[in-house]
Design a protein around this ligand. Structure first.
Ligand code: AGP
Length: 362
């Protein structure tokens, strides 16, 4: 479809792809739903998941960040232990493998050389592999035993947005399917909950001016920025920082709130931007404590919280979704903040310097 690879009325592919996220989630619901409204998934994948005593997720960059969220789904819902590894580091620090490992490769392009080299290595050892990719027929898809398609449509901008949310959505479906295959009774219905996520995403993409304004307030003159979160939010702040770095060239890091006092807080000066995400009831109090600590040292703070956990002083309140699926919603403002920060700095949003869309060299 030609319209998929053209910008249309959008100034940049990145903005178009951010806007497509609610539709991608709906497409995933459609593709993974059978006639009885239950999950439709390749039986062989179901079997492979059920058989595995430990899952090793291998990925790079944004796909690695999606893997961190996926681990929570698979462990909490399907009760299978999961390790998440950066592809390029795997062979230097190869973990002791379990008896029946299953390797899950997460890759938008399916062409990432670092991930492929792990697949070659684990295949040689005789271990089964499943690839989650946006490009069926890609190298990682062809060389693995099984493929799950992300259905995100072509992602052209170098900064990955809709592939990240698609990866997390498909991982949630996979985790629930595996739980059910193991006879675990869950009240969590991912297809229904993803429907709620899709609408929530739409209300966010409809409020771009808000994020444009916050981006200006936070990043106009700054050369560095910090993102903090705890629990599930810690995974999203890592993705938020990567997004900001790669397109706006502002030096940024995502930290676990509790780690601040172990070193990072020394970097806080008057006006240092610190963005906190708070979507989890169990850490809402502690992350707000961290925000106060940095604010007391002069930081320019911004709290993005979830409805139900908000304070009057929060800069933005996200529509409520299931606690497990919050990354799908909290990442959208982070993508938009990065987009507008890059735009204000007149950076080449879709083609940041020194980067390629898919990294086909090790
Ligand atoms: C994301 O914004 C990056 N451009 C990059 O980190 C990317 O996610 C990484 O290179 C992995 O690519 P893949 O998903 O195609 O394997």
């Amino acid at each position: 479809d030609a319209s998929d690879t053209e910008k249309g009325t959008y100034p940049h592919f990145m903005l178009k792809e951010i806007d497509e996220q609610p539709f991608v989630i709906r497409k995933i619901i459609q593709e993974y739903q059978d006639k009885n409204d239950t999950i439709k998934l390749d039986k062989d994948i179901r079997k492979a998941m059920k058989k595995s005593d430990r899952i090793y997720i291998i990925a790079a960059g944004t796909s690695y960040h999606a893997g961190l969220v996926g681990k929570q789904f698979i462990e909490q819902l399907a009760n299978i232990p999961v390790e998440v590894h950066i592809a390029s580091e795997f062979s230097y620090n190869m973990p002791l493998l379990s008896e029946n490992p299953l390797f899950i490769f997460i890759s938008q392009s399916g062409e990432t050389a670092d991930s492929r080299s792990v697949l070659v290595q684990t295949k040689a050892l005789g271990h089964p592999a499943l690839t989650l990719t946006n490009v069926p027929g890609s190298t990682l898809s062809r060389e693995a035993d099984y493929t799950l398609h992300l259905h995100a449509g072509p992602e052209i901008a170098v900064a990955s947005t809709k592939a990240y949310t698609a990866q997390i959505a498909v991982l949630a479906i996979l985790a629930v399917d595996s739980a059910r295959a193991k006879g675990i009774d869950l009240s969590f219905d991912p297809l229904q909950e993803l429907g709620i996520v899709s609408s929530a995403m739409e209300t966010l993409t409809d409020q771009k001016e808000e994020f444009e304004r916050i981006a200006k307030e936070m990043f106009e003159t700054s050369r560095n920025a910090f993102y903090i979160g705890r629990g599930m939010d810690y995974f999203v702040v890592q993705e938020a920082a990567l997004k900001l770095k790669e397109i706006s060239y502002i030096q940024a890091e995502g930290f676990a709130g509790g780690e601040l006092k172990h070193g990072t807080i020394a970097l806080i000066e008057d006006g240092t931007p610190v963005i906190a995400i708070s979507t989890q009831g169990n850490v809402n109090f502690s992350i707000r404590g961290n925000v106060q600590e940095v604010a007391a040292r002069g930081a320019n703070t911004c709290v993005v919280s979830m409805k139900g956990l908000e304070n009057d002083s929060d800069q933005f309140v996200l529509p409520q979704v299931h606690e497990l699926l919050t990354p799908l919603v909290s990442v959208v403002p982070m993508q938009l903040l990065s987009y507008y920060a890059a735009l204000h700095r007149e950076c080449d949003v879709d083609k940041p310097r020194n980067l390629a869309k898919s990294v086909t060299v090790e």
